[in-house]
Ligand binder design. Structure first.
Ligand code: PNS
Length: 183
């Protein structure tokens, strides 16, 4: 298949990605986001990504125009604990442009989750913009398990604030941290 792309003269994006996999070059993927806090939906995607890519960096964005509940350090600590049994997964913070960070990490893939059609427009806009900045890095979309299709960190925080967070939406550690944070 890669040969077909090479012959067709497609030199960017998918063609390069497939050609790289043909030569067994290890693929580093970055899964960026706010992870405030990590949910079971994120974790589902991390497990799926870890099964496909050689190295998966869960990258927590600093300086977003958001009012976070957890400090970046706390978010990374939670990610470290909940991904402890996945040897090819690591979590760290990044500043500035995602594409600059991805280049610095020699990553060839950005992994993003799509839950429903409503996510698609925003994700597509971001993926296109990122491709404009760096055509050699592909955005790969994956779906979490259906059970998490309605789950978001924002809703988790809201439910936790009002003491109504159902079981099974976040890892137990996150549940404890949420309880300690918002009562
Ligand atoms: O969890 P989120 O809020 O959906 O994550 C959004 C994130 C962090 C992936 C996005 O805001 C981002 O990449 N920020 C870094 C700055 C950047 O590169 N912006 C241009 C994106 S086209």
């Amino acid at each position: 298949m890669a040969g077909r792309f090479a012959d067709s003269g497609l030199k960017s994006g998918l063609g390069r990605f497939l050609m790289a996999s043909e030569h067994s070059k290890p693929v580093t993927a970055i899964y960026p986001g706010s992870f405030d806090p990590v949910t079971n939906g994120h974790l589902d995607l991390i497990v799926r990504g870890a099964g496909i890519f050689d190295r998966l960096i869960v990258a927590v964005a600093r300086n977003l125009d958001k009012d976070p509940l957890f400090a970046v350090k706390e978010r990374i600590e939670m990610l470290d604990v909940v991904t402890n049994d996945l040897p090819n997964v690591e979590a760290e913070a990044f500043d500035g442009l995602l594409m600059d960070y991805a280049r610095a990490k020699n990553a060839s893939v950005i992994l993003r989750g799509i839950r429903a059609v409503s996510d698609y427009e925003y994700e597509l806009q971001m993926a296109w913009m990122n491709r404009k900045i760096e055509p050699d890095i592909e955005t790969v979309f994956m779906m979490p398990a259906e059970a998490y299709s309605y789950l978001s960190s924002r809703l988790v925080k809201e439910l936790a604030r009002f003491g109504g967070l159902p079981k099974g939406l976040v890892p137990r550690l996150v549940e404890e941290r949420l309880r300690a944070k918002v009562g």
